[in-house]
Design a protein around this ligand. Structure first.
Ligand SMILES: *[C@@H]1O[C@H](CO)[C@@H](O)[C@H](O)[C@H]1NC(C)=O
Ligand SMILES: *[C@@H]1O[C@H](CO)[C@@H](O)[C@H](O)[C@H]1NC(C)=O
Ligand SMILES: *[C@@H]1O[C@H](CO)[C@@H](O)[C@H](O)[C@H]1NC(C)=O
Ligand SMILES: [Cu+2]
Length: 203
């Protein structure tokens, strides 16, 4: 029946996919995003946690529970530190950290990985990884070059103060699909510990 099909199309969210960091564990939904971004944004991400940021501001605007500054939609898609606290990574300068991306549906474009100071919302230092173009080509996950889905970054020197405490900084993967005009963001929480003194000598 026409009516049934139309109703289904309206009710079933478009499962369009896209991507997120699967390792180390990236920020998931939880009570903190409901409190700061409101239940509409939380639901949208929960139903497809790989989807893009662009639909979220509109949902948020319709939700009286949305707190723009605390939600911070364009950093980590509004996903919150408190919902990922238990997954905080402890790194030291020079450490090589393997990253895995679940690239559910490609959209060719540019991408980068950086460390963001969560208080000022600014990228700290240089990008850890940049794909100026040609990121995530093709139509399905297997079309995407393996080194765009599994790669390593090196923890920069000099973050021991700025990123001393969990929640101060995130490692953010940022991808923009040029044709689709869609942005994807996924964040890992970490802190940087001082190197033991005997190792610092060798640096
Ligand atoms: C994303 O969603 C998938 C499927 O529901 C789930 O297995 C995974 O744990 C989620 N990951 C994050 C970071 O939310
Ligand atoms: C985080 O760890 C604390 C202490 O072990 C525990 O009580 C809490 O349930 C954990 N939170 C999540 C989201 O797993
Ligand atoms: C990082 O990626 C975003 C999206 O493609 C782009 O807007 C930004 O200019 C990039 N920055 C660098 C330094 O590559
Ligand atoms: Cu898309």
């Amino acid at each position: 029946m026409q009516f049934t099909i139309a109703a289904l199309l309206v009710l079933v969210p478009a499962v369009l996919g896209h991507g997120l960091i699967t390792s180390p564990p990236s920020r998931p939904v939880g009570p903190a995003i409901i409190a700061n971004c409101g239940p509409k944004v939380e639901q949208d991400i929960r139903l497809d946690n790989t989807s893009h940021v662009e639909g979220l501001p509109e949902l948020a605007a319709k939700d009286s529970a949305y707190k723009a500054a605390k939600c911070n939609l364009w950093l980590c898609k509004g996903l919150q530190f408190d919902d990922n606290k238990n997954n905080t990574q402890t790194w030291t300068a020079g450490q090589v950290v393997p990253i895995k991306i679940w690239l559910r549906i490609p959209h060719e474009g540019s991408a980068n990985v950086s460390i963001v100071d969560t208080k000022s919302n600014k990228v700290v230092g240089s990008m850890l990884k940049v794909w100026a173009k040609g990121y995530a080509p093709g139509r399905k996950e297997s079309d995407v070059p393996a080194d765009q889905k599994e790669f390593s970054v090196t923890v920069p020197e000099g973050l021991e103060e700025k990123c001393a405490s969990a929640g101060d900084c995130v490692l953010q993967w940022f991808w923009y699909g040029t044709g689709a005009k869609q942005t994807y963001e996924s964040c890992v929480d970490f802190k940087v510990a001082k190197k033991p003194a005997y190792l610092a000598f060798r640096a």
